[in-house]
Design a protein around this ligand. Structure first.
Ligand SMILES: *[C@@H]1O[C@H](CO)[C@@H](O)[C@H](O)[C@H]1NC(C)=O
Ligand SMILES: *[C@@H]1O[C@H](CO)[C@@H](O)[C@H](O)[C@H]1NC(C)=O
Ligand SMILES: *[C@@H]1O[C@H](CO)[C@@H](O)[C@H](O)[C@H]1NC(C)=O
Ligand SMILES: *[C@@H]1O[C@H](CO)[C@@H](O)[C@H](O)[C@H]1NC(C)=O
Ligand SMILES: [Zn+2]
Length: 965
């Protein structure tokens, strides 16, 4: 499933914070924007609102012992290998109306045919939260009679139904187990669940839908619920006439039936391919669809009728065929199924889920509204679709054997989603954006001593909670980054050759990640590709140890060395079997001349080619294809800075962004001076490209958080004003603010220009946004603001305005039915400057009739991101902790997001004391999923205090010097 809005996703995108001129609210601008942008890369498994807890910095394998009460098989987390399922026939009847007890339920029956692999008198099958009726029967499919069932028992903790027999099942024989059951169709977003929405006539509608990954198929019917227990599924759905039933297969029969005196439709689906349980899907709804034929392949997009009627499915439909064809070619394997359905659900926990042939999405990940959606919304749709379609082969056709290898599945899809999206939108340069969206994002997390390796041991990922923990940023974004590096040093041809034979060899089967290495190695050997070590030996360094190196190149001596890069050099990570040394493929240029790739195989080495003469500079990690940072001797840094100033085109655009990101992070780790990092932003006064700007804004964010309440702030603002004014003028020239540029990344940078210019109070900018917003207020039915610019314009206008603007935004928020528009307004209302408006808004967050529960945290965090709202939000959280905890503790409230959000600016002893006091005062209530976040906030506050102490004077002086004429 999907990449997440785990905590990491929201925090990982550094809220870009470029300051607030006269109005002290610009922080909020950044918040709005980062919310927009963070969606782009995002993917399937959005977890902002679940209880699954923090995953950012948490090792995938927490040290909670996998205690079980005994060695009995039903007390183990893994199924015994005694039985192997072959086919299922499952009939399900979801009730879309409440029953007499006020519950939504489903009933069903299931027959599973399994082969006995080893004699046993015990059948263990997963079943969770199902009530199994007494009608369970066992049949033998050979000539002999089946053993009799002696007793059955449910094990809720390990989620099994255990069935004891009077005799053993015989190895080699097949049997059929029949069960009937009842389950609740609850709104918990897992297993078979319900989603609700109001249709265009305001009538409440219920959808029955599924989310099986990772371990919830067992909530829909009893099954051998492990990814390697592949089988063929025959699905039948009973549903009200007039509703549409969907599943993985095509419909082979649809007939009216009467059950218990009720007229129903019985829809039978074609048998599936041999597949894993976690990829099943069943949906009953009143949705409508649009379709397209691609030769014999049927492609459909399903959504609420209102959304389909508003053409919000058209974009998805227009890109799906292209992307499918691309992957067929890329994998050298035809799409394995006769149809591809994609459906947008009003309530969906992940971003999307790659169910084979029936992919489910959040509405914002599939639907695109020509008028209301921004280009960021569009990019999100195309990348999420590409990600899910990539899984139809990599993940679905060939599946990891167990969840500890999840990183391969998700990392791979997170890498090739850029290739698929590039096929659909070839003019977007979208492949470059992996550097900002994944590489930089995960660098921030993987540079902590609390990070963890990509690969986990099978025995450390056993319980459902442990399984959900591996769906984190490391799996997705680091996985994507190292696979991209691998594809690069092998060459794309060799990489795809190995990939193709891997898929061919393992189709309908399961693998461990080293199986891919084996096939890549075969491709390397066949093509005679030169590598200094085997694929496995090279990749072990990147996969089995956490973190990444900083490579230091001394262009005076020709020394090259590597070291584990840690943001806080005082922290000590666990020892690594490879001593935190990597085999590093170094791509590099001397001035603009591209040199042959150099492999750094030791900690230190001498490579005279990297020595330079007077006017030469060395640049390494071209286009950031490698998963490492680079530091240079001072002289080379100076030459690079000079090149940025005088001939920036001689440095590839991705590297301009990379130099900034490396410098700021090296400075944070104390390796280079902070002022050197700041100097990498000096060339921005002539830069118009998006990536360097975005990289700088991401990095300056921290400076705003630390200094926006101090004397540094004014000088910093003056410097930013100097840098952004030419950019604003550039876009004035290009568009006269009458529209947006054609070019995708220019559209992003136009938003940056507007956001930053307004935030430093550039008059032309604030006049512009105020007049647009005013126009809208004068005629609320016609919004004159381009969708790309809305987040920024709303925020700036509300910041510059007062109660009237705020009330208008609130009214529009309540009025719109477009989810992305609601999000833009909700975040923008946090940009207000009047404390009473912010305080009232804080109160609204605890009123579910005003702000949906799932949005409460992010709203409070937006308010805290506004420098004027920071202390209000902190006071609010402190004052209401008990209430918040009790009201929201059960589910849809991310305490760790909340705590991290309201404390991220903390950088004084006084704030540290308040934080510790808060912890002490509320220990008796608890912090739920925020416990780790409290600890992290304390650590972070201490680190901030130290950083400010060490850097404030220099930073202040530097900004002062910059604004001297
Ligand atoms: C593509 O697949 C076909 C059929 O399996 C095979 O014959 C062919 O060699 C493959 N081509 C490549 C480039 O892998
Ligand atoms: C879009 O703009 C960027 C930056 O100027 C440029 O590198 C890219 O080639 C442009 N794309 C197109 C299709 O013109
Ligand atoms: C699946 O792969 C395993 C391990 O490579 C192999 O032993 C087995 O025969 C394969 N099964 C099928 C059905 O291809
Ligand atoms: C602001 O607008 C005025 C009038 O259109 C123009 O002359 C001036 O150059 C603009 N300044 C900036 C910084 O865009
Ligand atoms: Zn995925």
């Amino acid at each position: 499933m999907g990449k997440g809005f785990y905590i990491s996703k929201t925090l990982g995108i550094v809220g870009i914070v470029i300051g607030a001129g006269a109005v002290a609210t610009i922080i909020a601008l950044s918040v709005v924007y980062s919310q927009e942008k963070s969606k782009n890369n995002e993917i399937e498994n959005q977890q902002t609102t679940t209880t699954k807890g923090p995953t950012t910095n948490v090792p995938a394998t927490t040290n909670i012992p996998t205690t079980v009460p005994s060695n009995e098989p039903w007390d183990q987390w893994r199924l015994p290998q005694t039985l192997s399922p072959e086919t299922y026939k499952v009939t399900l009847w979801p009730r879309l109306q409440k029953n007499a007890e006020g519950l939504y339920i489903f009933t069903g029956d299931s027959s599973v045919v399994f082969r006995c692999v080893e004699n046993t008198d015990l059948i263990l099958i997963h079943s969770n939260k199902l009530t199994i009726k007494d009608s369970t029967t066992l049949k033998a499919l050979g000539g002999n009679p089946a053993p009799n069932i002696v007793s059955t028992k449910m094990y809720p903790k390990t989620q099994y139904m255990a069935i004891w027999l009077d005799r053993e099942l015989t190895a080699g024989e097949s049997y059929e187990l029949y069960t009937e059951f009842v389950g609740e169709l609850s709104d918990d977003l897992g297993g078979f669940y319900r989603s609700e929405y109001y249709d265009e006539n305001g009538v409440l509608k219920v959808v029955a839908t599924t989310q099986m990954q990772a371990t919830d198929a067992r909530k829909a019917f009893p099954c051998f619920d492990e990814p390697a227990m592949k089988a063929v599924f025959n699905i039948v759905l009973l549903h009200d006439p007039g509703t549409v039933a969907l599943s993985n297969g095509v419909v082979i029969e649809e007939i009216p039936v009467t059950v218990d005196g009720i007229s129903l439709t019985k829809t039978t689906f074609a048998p599936t391919e041999k597949m894993s349980t976690y990829l099943l899907a069943f949906i009953v709804s009143e949705f409508t669809y649009i379709e397209q034929k691609l030769d014999d392949l049927q492609i459909r997009i399903f959504a609420r009728k209102e959304a389909i009627d508003a053409n919000q499915g058209e974009y998805a439909l227009s890109v799906t065929g292209k992307i499918l064809r691309f992957f067929e070619e890329y994998y050298n394997s035809s799409y394995p199924l006769p149809k591809s359905d994609q459906i947008a659900l009003p309530d969906f926990n992940a971003g999307a889920m790659e169910n084979w042939g029936l992919i489910t999405y959040r509405e914002t990940a599939l639907l695109y509204d020509e008028e209301m959606s921004s280009n960021g919304n569009k990019e999100r749709v195309v990348t999420v679709i590409a990600h899910e379609l990539a899984h139809q082969w990599f993940g679905n056709l060939v599946t990891i054997r167990w969840w500890n290898d999840l990183w391969l599945n998700e990392g791979f899809a997170s890498y090739v989603e850029y290739l698929g999206a590039d096929e659909a939108e070839p003019l977007w340069n979208i492949k470059d954006l992996i550097v900002l969206n994944d590489v930089h994002r995960v660098f921030a997390i993987d540079a902590l001593a609390s990070s963890h390796p990509l690969s986990s041991k099978e025995e450390d990922v056993q319980r459902p909670e442990q399984i959900s923990e591996v769906f984190d940023t490391i799996s997705y974004s680091k996985g994507a980054s190292v696979l991209r590096m691998l594809s690069n040093f092998l060459s794309e041809d060799v990489f795809t050759q190995g990939l193709r034979t891997y898929l061919e060899h393992f189709k309908f089967n399961n693998t461990v990640y080293t199986d891919l290495w084996d096939h890549l190695q075969m491709a390397v050997d066949e093509t005679g590709t030169e590598l200094p070590r085997s694929v496995k030996d090279i990749m072990d360094r990147w996969v089995l140890q956490m973190g990444f190196p900083v490579v230091t190149i001394n262009t005076v001596t020709g020394q090259i060395s590597q070291e584990h890069f840690l943001l806080d050099p005082e922290t000590k990570p666990e020892p690594s079997e490879f001593n935190y040394e990597w085999f590093v493929p170094i791509t590099w240029t001397k001035n603009e001349a591209i040199k042959p790739q150099y492999w750094l195989l030791q900690k230190n080495t001498q490579f005279d080619d990297m020595k330079t003469n007077a006017n030469e500079w060395v640049l390494a990690n071209i286009n950031t294809v490698g998963y490492y940072r680079v530091n240079y001797d001072e002289q080379n840094w100076e030459r690079l800075l000079n090149a940025l100033q005088t001939s920036r085109e001689s440095i590839p655009v991705i590297n301009r962004a990379q130099l900034i990101d490396d410098a700021f992070n090296l400075a944070k780790a104390g390796i280079i001076k902070t002022t050197l990092a700041l100097r990498t932003t000096e060339f921005l006064d002539v830069e118009t490209e998006y990536m360097p700007w975005q990289s700088a804004l991401n990095n300056l964010d921290y400076f705003y958080l630390m200094f926006d309440r101090s004397e540094v702030y004014g000088h910093m603002q003056a410097y930013i004003r100097k840098q952004v004014t030419p950019l604003f003028e550039y876009f004035t020239e290009l568009t006269d603010w009458q529209g947006v540029p054609d070019n995708h990344t220019e559209q992003y940078n136009q938003v940056n220009a507007l956001r930053v210019a307004c935030s430093i109070g550039l008059k032309n900018c604030t006049d512009l946004v105020t007049s647009w917003f005013g126009e809208w207020m004068n005629n609320e039915d016609v919004n004159p603001i381009h969708a790309n610019l809305r987040s920024t314009v709303y925020c700036s206008a509300i910041a510059a305005g007062g109660a009237e603007e705020w009330e208008f935004a609130w009214k529009m928020f309540e009025k719109t039915s477009v989810a992305s528009e609601k999000d833009k307004l909700r975040a923008a209302m946090a940009c207000a400057t009047q404390p009473w408006l912010l305080n009232r808004y804080l109160e609204y967050t605890l009123d579910a009739n005003k702000i949906r529960k799932q949005d409460a945290t992010s709203t409070i965090v937006s308010i805290a991101s506004n420098v004027g709202g920071q202390s209000l939000a902190w006071d609010f959280v402190r004052a209401n902790w008990e209430y918040i905890f009790n009201q929201y503790g059960g589910g849809s409230f991310s305490f760790s997001n909340l705590i991290n959000g309201v404390t991220k600016r903390f950088s004084t002893e006084f704030e540290l004391k308040q934080l510790m006091q808060f912890k002490e005062d509320n220990e008796h209530i608890g912090f739920g999923s925020g416990s780790l976040a409290i600890q992290q906030s304390i650590e972070r506050t201490k680190a901030n205090i130290k950083w400010v102490e060490q850097n404030k004077a220099d930073v202040l002086q530097w900004f002062k010097d910059q604004s001297k004429p």
